[in-house]
Design a protein around this ligand. Sequence first.
Ligand code: PEP
Length: 649
Amino acid sequence: MQYPSIRDLKTGGKRIFLRADLNVPIEDGKILDDTRIRSVLRTIRYLIEQGSPVVLASHLGRPKGKIVPAYSMKPVAEKLKEILTETRILFARDCIGKRVEAMAAGLKPGEILVLENLRFHKEETANDPEFSRKLAILGDIYVNDAFGTSHREHASMVGVPAILGGGYVGFLVEKELRVFGELIRHPRKPYTVILGGVKVSDKVAVIENVLPKLDNLIVGGAMAFTFFKAMGLETGKSIVEEDTVQTAKDIIKAAEARGVNLILPLDIVCAPDRNSGDEAIVRRFDDLPADMAGFDIGPESIELFHRTMMESRTIIWNGPMGLFEISPFDIGTRQLAAFMADATTYGASAVVGGGDSMRAVREAGVAEQLTHVSTGGGASLKLLQGEELPALEHLRIEGVKPFIGANWKMNGSMELGIEYITALDEGNVNYFGADVVLFAPFTLLAAFAPLTEKAGIYLGAQDIFWEEKGAFTGEISAAMLAEAGCTWFLAGHSERRHLIGETDEIVRKKLIAGVTSGLSCVLCVGELLDEREAGKTEEVVRGQIEAALKGLDIVTPYNLVVAYEPVWAIGTGKTATPQEVQSMHALIRKWVAGIFGDDFAGEVGIIYGGSVKPSNAEEVMSGNDVNGALVGGASLKADSFIEIVAECR
Ligand code: PEP
C-alpha cells in the first residue's frame, strides 16, 4: 500500500489541517512526557517552513464527549510555544464553530492554531459527517501524522480526509509504516514476538498473521494463564479469559505444527491479591496455589526470555509481563525493557509497541537504544495483523511502489561499501518512496547489514543455491543469506544464464528455495541480441517468465519483482528506448496476469535494467508499467545511484 508522502507536498502556502496524536500524559496541568509532541515536530516545521498556516488537531485522554478541563489541549499549546520559540502559536477554546473558523482564516504564513480537544465533542468518535464537515472548513490540505490514532475510524481521522479529497502522511506515520512494513515482510531470523497484557483475544489476529514467519512466540502477562488453563493446569485466582481457552489450545497446536517455539513463563510471582505485594511468592507454572493470583513472571522465566531474546535477530514486543503499575509486580516488564536494549547492542532489530511496554522502555532509559519505539500500540498491532489502518484508506494511492536495485556484480570492497552506504544514508536515499536494495557480493553482506538497516535500505544477494544444506562446496543457501541480513536475491541474471550456463529449470529452483525461506526475489528476464534481431524477443521473455513462475502458489506481488533486462543493453552503454521499455513491460504484465490474474499483475513491480544512468533514468522509467530499475555500472558510485533513485517517481 502506498500513501502520498508529505515530502511530495508543495503546500503553496495553503492552510494545512494537521491531525496529530498529542495525547500526552498530563497531571495538574503539567505534561509528564512530551515524546508525542516531539515526534511530530519535524512535520510541523516542514509545513511552516513552506509558509503554510497550520491548524493542529488532536484528542487527549477519554473525555467521552464532555468538556473535561483536565483534558484540555492548552498545556500542549504552551509546550509547543516553549519549543517553537520563533513561531506564533494560538490556542482555540473549541475545535469547531464560527470563532475557530475566523481564527483559522486569520492565520498568517507559518503560524499555528492549536485546537481544543477533539473528543470534547462526542461526534468525533462517532465519525459524525456534520462534525467532519465543520473540521474540514479549517484547512485546505489534510496531513495525518497521528499514527497512534490511525486504527480509529473517527471524524478527524477518516471524515476530514474524505471531504478534503485525500491527503498526505507526515514523517512520523511514514517512519512507523516503513519500520513495520519491513518487519512484516522481511524479519531477520531468528524472529521472536513477545506478547503480554491481559487478553489473548486482543492478540489472536496478530499471532495468526505472524506465525508463518516466526521462530519464537513468547507469551507473558495475564495472557499466559489462559494458556495454562488450556493446558489443563491450576491457575488459582489469576485472570483467565474463559471464552478464549479453546483459542489458546488452537494456538498451541498451530505453533507446534509450524515448528514455532511457544515459550510460556516457567515460574510466576503469586500473591493473595494485587495489594499484597509483600506476601508475594514465586511458584512453578505447574504448581500455582489455588488461593492466589499470578501478577508477574518469575526469575527463571526472565532468564529463559533473556536467552531467547539474545539469540534473536528480530524482536517485537507488545504488552507488559505483569501488573506493571504496581511494585513489586513490575520487575519482569522492566527487565524485558533492559533486555531489548541488550539485544539491540548485539545486532538485533528490537521494536516496541503498546502503552505499558513503551512506558517501561522509557522509564528504563533505553528507548533511544532500540531500533524503534512505536508511538501507537493499537495501530502497530493492526499492522502486525497484516491489515491496513482505516485512517489511511482515504489517502491511499493506487500503483506499485518503485523499486531500485544496485547490482554491484563482482565489484566493491568493505571500505567502499561503508562509505557508500553512509553516503546513501546521508543523502536520504530512502526518502524518494522507493524500496532501495543493494545487491552486494556475498562476502560483504553480513558486515553491511547493520549499516543498510540504519540507512533504511534492503540488502540483496546476487545469487542463491536451491538446497538447504549439505555437500555443495562454494554454494550459499537461502537460510545463510537470511542470516547475513539479506531480504532479496537475484534469480536468472543474464550473466548467470549466459556466462555460467544457468537454465530456466535452475532459475525456477532458486526462486522457489529463496521465496519459501521468506526472501523476496528479483526475477531477471531478457533476450540476447541475436534473439532480438531474429524477432524472438517476446517468445524468449515470455518463455523465461512462464518457466519460472507458472503453477507457483508461493509468490505474491510483495515477494516478487520482475526485471526486464535486454542482454544487449547490460553493461554496453546501449539502452532500450522508453517506448520499447514501456511496451515490453506492458506485455510482461499481461503474461503475469495470465499466470496469476489481473489483481496480482496490477500490484507486481516490473523494473528495467540495462545501462541505466542518471542522464537516462527519468526517461527510461517514465512508462506507466515501469516501476523502477536494476542498475549495474552506474550504481557503483553513491552519488549517481542516488540521482537515479531520485527519478523513480
Ligand atoms: C545489471 O547488472 O543488472 C545491469 C543492468 O547492469 P548495467 O546497468 O551496468 O547495464
